[in-house]
Write a protein that binds this ligand. Structure first.
Ligand code: NAD
Ligand code: GLY
Length: 416
């Protein structure tokens, strides 16, 4: 299979078969590396040595490892052994929390903060988030507020966390039914990805992460800083073969290319975050962090309408990507042949069609979905929908304001 990784100059192979990228932030924030191990062997056993290169942790420092019960049972032993080897005099504490989105709330945050205090963690010490996006978001938030901020490292173990939530510094918990209702921007000091941990990840969770990877293909040019107006100009920022073109060669054997897919996705996300770390770019600037929202306004509406947890976030994103694509076609922003290309890829990757779980009697009605979409804080102006939509050529998105409600209704009806 063709390697889907563009040869970006800053994606360099390391000695141990790892790739490394960096997120270079200006101002108050700092830069940090993203290390991506190979699929065959567990790079977790190299974590201690890697920490010595990215942290200022003292030999007698303290480390709080926050994980969930599922991930902890599988992988905590590797990372504690590795840290003990590199820091024999350090004090290590492992905190295993219940797995799943329902744990992403204030009580669990308190449990993390209490453990940090009981360990007398200081700003010279380290917190490690080992797990999926739930653990990464929650432990990252705890790190950001404990003593006004202690250093933390993301060790993502789901595909979604590897390509999305561990990079970019959004940390949060859910609060009073509001998803990510409490949170902030707080960057990790490094991201350490052991790709081999995906071997134990349930297939449904793998596909959910894959949907976010397809999203990066659809936003690539915009994410790299090219607006739709620049598309006729040659750019050194895009290599001869784009991420999308490489994605289009994938089929159900996509796992063979997973390391390169993760590296390209992290690269694309890092470019966006470096340009618009705190989502302060104008809401209509499709090169800003808003471009990461492609398909997500639809997705959030489905998640809320069906009840959180009915669909995985990535499954809802897969639905949203198709609906955004069809909407663009309706609005004359995408050619029929391009739409077919996207449908074909999504179908080959088992991301289209997504079926609803058996217990769901019928899909949510368009009126309910539209009402929920209208509440999305990122995409609403008074009474009108503002959506991120794919446009020609593939890899480019725009932020479309005043999208006709009737056109949205039609694409909502078209899916199920
Ligand atoms: P998750 O963290 O709940 O993990 C999914 C399940 O997989 C859990 O049951 C977990 O125990 C299990 N698991 C994790 N790694 C495993 C492994 N290697 N082997 C076996 N089981 C494993 O879910 P997620 O999809 O990783 O993350 C979803 C969360 O991420 C949401 O809360 C969402 O809000 C957040 N998120 C944040 C950002 C961001 O930018 N911060 C972006 C996207 C999503
Ligand atoms: N996952 C969206 C963002 O990081 O902005």
């Amino acid at each position: 299979m063709t390697s889907p990784l563009n040869v970006h100059h800053d994606v360099a192979p390391l000695n141990q078969g790892c790739k490394t990228l960096s997120v270079a932030l200006s101002g108050k924030s700092h830069s940090y590396p993203i290390s991506i191990g190979s699929i065959g062997t567990h790079s977790l056993s190299q974590l201690g040595g890697w920490l010595q290169t990215v942290t200022t942790l003292k030999p007698t420092g303290k480390v709080l490892i926050v994980t969930d019960e599922t991930v902890g049972a599988l992988y905590a032993q590797f990372i504690t052994a590795s840290i003990k080897e590199s820091y024999p005099s350090a004090t290590l504490q492992l905190l295993s929390l219940p797995a799943g989105e329902s744990a992403k709330q204030l009580d669990t945050l308190t449990t993390i903060l209490t453990a940090a205090q009981a360990l007398s963690l200081t700003r010279s010490d380290l917190l490690i988030a080992l797990g999926g996006g739930v653990i990464g978001d929650m432990a990252g938030f705890a790190a950001s507020i404990y003593y006004r901020g202690v250093p933390f490292v993301q060790v993502p173990t789901t595909l979604l966390a590897m390509v999305d939530s561990s990079v970019g510094g959004k940390v949060a918990i859910n609060f009073k039914e509001v998803k990510n209702g409490l949170g902030q921007f707080y960057q990790p000091i490094g991201v350490f990805i052991d790709v081999a941990t995906l071997e134990t990840l349930p297939q449904r969770e793998q596909l959910a992460g894959l949907a976010e990877i397809v999203k990066y293909g659809l936003i690539e040019r915009s994410a790299l800083g090219l607006s739709v107006l620049d598309t006729n100009q040659p750019s050194s920022q895009l290599s001869a073969s784009s991420f999308w073109e490489n994605l289009a060669t994938l089929d159900s054997n996509w796992r063979e290319a997973i390391v390169d897919l993760i590296a390209s996705s992290c690269y694309i996300k890092a470019q966006v975050v470096m340009r618009d770390e705190q989502e302060l770019a104008p809401a209509t600037d499709a090169t800003g962090r808003v471009c990461l929202n492609l398909g997500h306004t639809f997705a959030h509406a489905y998640e809320a309408a069906l009840g959180y947890g009915t669909l995985l976030h990535g499954e809802a994103v897969a639905i949203g990507l198709m609906q955004a694509t069809w909407l663009s076609e309706t609005l004359g922003l995408l050619n029929q042949s391009t739409v077919k290309t996207i449908e074909t890829l999504m179908n080959a990757l088992n991301l289209y069609p997504i079926t609803l779980p058996n217990h769901v009697a019928k899909p949510p009605c368009p009126e309910q979905l539209l009402q929920l979409m209208g509440k999305d804080k990122k995409v609403t102006t008074t009474g009108k929908l503002r959506l991120v939509l794919p446009v020609e050529p593939l890899g480019t998105v725009v932020v479309q304001e005043g999208v006709p409600i009737e056109a949205v209704k039609q694409v909502l009806l078209r899916y199920f």
